[in-house]
Design a protein around this ligand. Structure first.
Ligand code: ZN
Length: 192
């Protein structure tokens, strides 16, 4: 079973909205198995197809109490507000306190074609919203407030320089695009 490279912020595939899965074949089933391996190795509790370079609307997840593959997921209802320290495998090593709805009702389809309807709250709801964002080309950094955004830009630029072995200002800044519609209290840094 092979692992996939997890795409990181700056890769345009993470900013491209994915398209619906129209049929399930052996290749898709295999890809899902590989995505589980990649997710466990990272380690993470969710991984969306665009994070391994596949522009299709599905994700895999395992948060300890439930695991699965969800194709063409949609959130049909959300409620409440919850601040939680959130990280992303595509924004490695960083996390921020982000406010999102506390409960969501998610619908989708599994690999066997069964329709799914999941009432999720707290961690599971957070996970589902995060993975759905990936399918729409939205990243965690889009949810940051101004202070968090400044901190993110600094940290990401340092990482980009470390990756290329360059120093100084010869590199273009890592773009943090998108207008945040969520405003949350300032957050600390911690590995999730
Ligand atoms: Zn993510």
């Amino acid at each position: 079973m092979s692992n996939h490279e997890i795409r990181v912020i700056g890769d345009p595939v993470l900013r491209t909205p994915a398209t619906d899965v129209t049929d399930v074949d052996g290749a898709l089933v295999r890809l899902c198995e590989e995505m589980f391996e990649t997710m466990y190795e990272a380690p993470g509790i969710g991984l969306a197809a665009p994070q391994v370079g596949v522009q299709k609307r599905f994700f895999v997840y395992d948060h300890g109490e439930a695991a699965g593959v969800i194709l063409n997921p949609r959130i049909v209802e959300s409620d409440g507000e919850w601040v939680f320290e959130e990280g992303c495998l595509s924004v490695p090593g960083l996390s921020w306190e982000v406010v999102r709805p506390k409960t969501v009702h998610l619908v989708g389809v599994d690999l066997d074609g069964n329709e799914l309807s999941i009432e999720a709250d707290e961690l599971e709801a957070r996970l589902f919203q995060h993975e759905l964002d990936h399918l729409d080309g939205v990243l965690l950094v889009d949810h940051l407030d101004d202070d968090q955004r400044r901190e993110a830009r600094r940290a990401l630029n340092e990482m980009a320089m470390a990756r290329t072995g360059l120093s100084g200002s010869s590199l273009p800044p890592v773009p943090l695009s998108g207008g945040p519609d969520d405003r949350s209290p300032g957050g600390g840094l911690r590995l999730p």
